[in-house]
Design a binder for this molecule. Sequence first.
Ligand code: ZN
Length: 383
Amino acid sequence: MFADPVAIARDLVRCRSVTPDEGGALDYLQGVLKQAGFAVHRTVFAEPGTAPVDNLYARIGNGRPHLVFAGHTDVVPAGNAAAWTHAPFDGEVAGGKLYGRGAVDMKGGIAAFVAAALDYLQAAGGAPQGSISLLITGDEEGVAVNGTIKLLRWAAERGEVFDHCILGEPSNVEAIGDTIKCGRRGSLNGTLIVGGRQGHVAYPDRADNPIRGLVTLIAALQAPLDQGSEHFAPSHLEFTSIDVGNPTVNLIPAEARARFNIRYNDRHSQTALKTLIEHRAEAAAGKVHFAIEWQPSNADVFVTKPGPFTDLAVAAIAEVTGRTPALSTSGGTSDARFIKDYCPVLEFGLVGQTMHQTDECTPVADLRTLTTIYRRIIERYFG
Ligand SMILES: [Zn+2]
């Protein structure tokens, strides 16, 4: 390899880029990419009530096709740094592994696609057959309002058109090459509120206990939502909290609440799902007075259907690792939910086992393997 992914990953880990701090990580990437001939742009996005966040967009080439690699340099906090075997921001390599916060999620992934792109450009005489871009945010692990969602809009306003995207999030479960994420379930949060009449617990006939109604509705809303679909497991509603807030032993409260989250598949839209839940609650409510408050959600379900781009990625992975990756839609949300509005997106990166944990680490060999895979993908894409 012309560029060393391990050195780049180590340098990135040494930047303390805990969300929303840039920590020098984007400055570092800007230096590396500029030197390789990329046009690099930095944009800070902000809005009331959130911290401003630094983002980076870099492009080389003017033509099509246009392949974009996406990722985030921000990391979650280290937690108790003393509990780490190797300090979380030192980027130590020991026993064949690179240790540090972000090694897996996802500075290692960024290092691999940067090294792969640099190596390809070196071999191609400095310019791609089409265009290669990098879309890097510092706001993925936080509220994700001043990151990829705004960076994509900013790029579109500049006239940038993307054909395909690879998001370098840790996608593999056990070994590199076992899983591509080709979609994600949607996520929706709601609060079920049951109203009653406050009263003395010794005279329940003079009160109306909302807890009874809440229990009935909770039971009704836990019925299955569907049987799954071609690309997805069944949707799932899970209650996360029941809140009455009553410190008194002899008082029937006036109101009871329960919060829930739904992870839903492509059998539902957000609107249809809300209607379904509201109808189920109405059907079970009888005389119970209830309301459901929905939180706004920007995590819609999506799937990138199998096709030439997926085939290309699968073939490159199989060629390098000998594994045929599963196409999975499991797990939580990611910035792919925003990218999918602009072009087809696949997620493929390192093995996710230690992400967000104490002693987050990746085998150095995996960094090199991932770089080789990205390199093959680029070559096939422009070949
Ligand atoms: Zn991540």
